[in-house]
Design a protein around this ligand. Structure first.
Ligand SMILES: [Zn+2]
Length: 419
């Protein structure tokens, strides 16, 4: 099963826009009500059974069942009788709001932190239409239940053989988007390691440096627009909350944030494609960039948003049939890529000069080469056990041959294109 998500801009009319916003508010209400039920149940378990309700507020019957997902979903039709407004929203969309809460709740149960929170006015920003009987997308319009046709900018066609499974309506600043999940009934094997390897080191001084010596400048989207944002935000802070002027100003700030976000994402995609043009295997560090975002260069780390970049590289590699893997990040800048000896240097030293073997290169390129070496090590150990089990599991002679057939022609193509 192959699933892709495409995001298209949609242009709802003023009436439709109003209706969307109202639906979001109704869904938010249902979400908050369901969360209140869960919270009451939890608090009810905390208080002692023999105390009266004056001392402890939440006394619920001890044998009351936990308000689970199915229970709350089954309660919706009943609730619609007492709150007719709930009936305005398509029922499946409303159900998704409850399901969304329980996704959050299960996550909290598994991880142990992140109790779901109440959503304030305007914090419910999307609606999910989970099922369609027939294709809702035509060339010019998106057809949704209870709201009708919305003009859509189908800037790229829906690929042949794919069916529309879900549509999520999103609001970003004053723009509306539809995230369309597409599914196709084919199974595609994950890309196998092959061809030219690239190690990628990311950093603030240069956005990325590869083991081949390719460098790209740091973009600093946020920094360039920060003064503008500062001005807008200061104006916003001086306005009466919830007034008309406040709302106008708030939109300006939101639009600027949206613009920064878009330019950054565009840059990341272009860089990722450039990496895939240069090689067949991409390796990156498995760093958790959130810790460094708390440090002195926090703002710049967040501006570059390396975490998002890695996710995008992973996706682009998958889409273009290139192999992607993360490698251990420890000490990549302190080792010599040629002889493996340790070369201690602090951040101010920009040149790698090995006293053991005399290898001299840029500091970041050395780090990239270390990452590449680790990646090759990783796949040589992984690949060994991988092919063996594949052979043992599958029908004899199918698994191994197929992977070879796939990887060989690709090698030829990339070599030709380079010439
Ligand atoms: Zn060396």
């Amino acid at each position: 099963m192959l699933t892709l998500t495409h995001r298209y801009r949609i242009y709802p009319s003023a009436v439709q826009e109003h209706q969307f916003i109202e639906w979001m508010e109704i869904c938010r209400g249902a979400y908050n009500y369901a969360l209140r039920e869960i919270k009451d149940w939890c608090l009810g378990r905390k208080c002692l059974v023999d105390r009266c309700s004056l001392e402890k507020e939440y006394i619920l019957p001890a044998d009351l069942k936990f308000p689970g997902e199915v229970y709350q979903l089954n309660n919706l039709p009943e609730a619609k009788k007492s709150f007719p407004k709930l009936g305005e929203v398509p029922s499946q969309v409303l159900q998704q709001a409850i399901k969304q809460l329980h996704v959050g709740w299960k996550y909290f149960q598994r991880i142990g932190f992140g109790f779901p929170r109440f959503k304030k006015f305007g914090q419910f920003k999307s609606l999910l239409f989970p099922q369609f009987k027939k294709n809702p997308v035509t060339n010019l319009h998106l057809n949704l239940p209870k709201i009708g046709a919305i003009p859509i900018n189908l800037h790229r066609p829906i690929p042949i053989g794919f069916a529309v499974k879900q549509v999520r309506i999103l609001r970003k600043a004053d723009r509306w988007y539809a995230s369309i999940s597409l599914q196709c009934d084919v199974s595609i094997p994950d890309p196998t390691p092959h061809g030219h390897p690239i190690g990628v080191d990311v950093g603030l001084e240069k956005f990325l440096v590869t083991s081949d010596g390719v460098q790209s400048k740091p973009p600093k989207f946020f920094k360039s627009l920060q003064s503008e944002l500062k001005l807008l935000q200061r104006r916003l802070a001086r306005l009466q909350r919830r007034s008309k002027n406040y709302e106008k100003q708030r939109l300006k700030v939101a639009r600027l944030h949206h613009k920064i976000d878009n330019t950054r994402k565009d840059f990341h995609f272009k860089q990722a494609h450039a990496l895939c043009d240069g090689g067949d295997m991409v390796f990156m560090e498995d760093l958790d960039y959130r810790t460094s975002a708390k440090g002195m260069f926090g703002k710049h780390m967040l501006d570059a948003s390396f975490g998002q970049f890695r996710t995008i590289v992973k996706y682009v590699c998958w889409k273009r049939g290139k192999f992607f893997s993360e490698v251990d990040a420890r000490g990549t800048s302190q080792l010599c890529p040629e002889c493996g000896g340790e070369v201690k240097k602090d951040l101010s030293v920009r040149v790698h000069d090995c006293p053991h073997c005399g290898y001299k290169t840029d500091r970041d390129i050395a780090a990239g080469q270390n990452i590449r070496n680790r990646g090759i090590e990783l796949i040589s150990t992984l690949g060994h056990s991988g092919t063996q089990t594949a052979c043992a599991d599958d029908l004899p002679g199918t698994g191994k041959n197929q992977s070879r057939q796939v990887s060989k022609p690709r090698k030829g193509v990339t070599r030709k294109s380079k010439m």
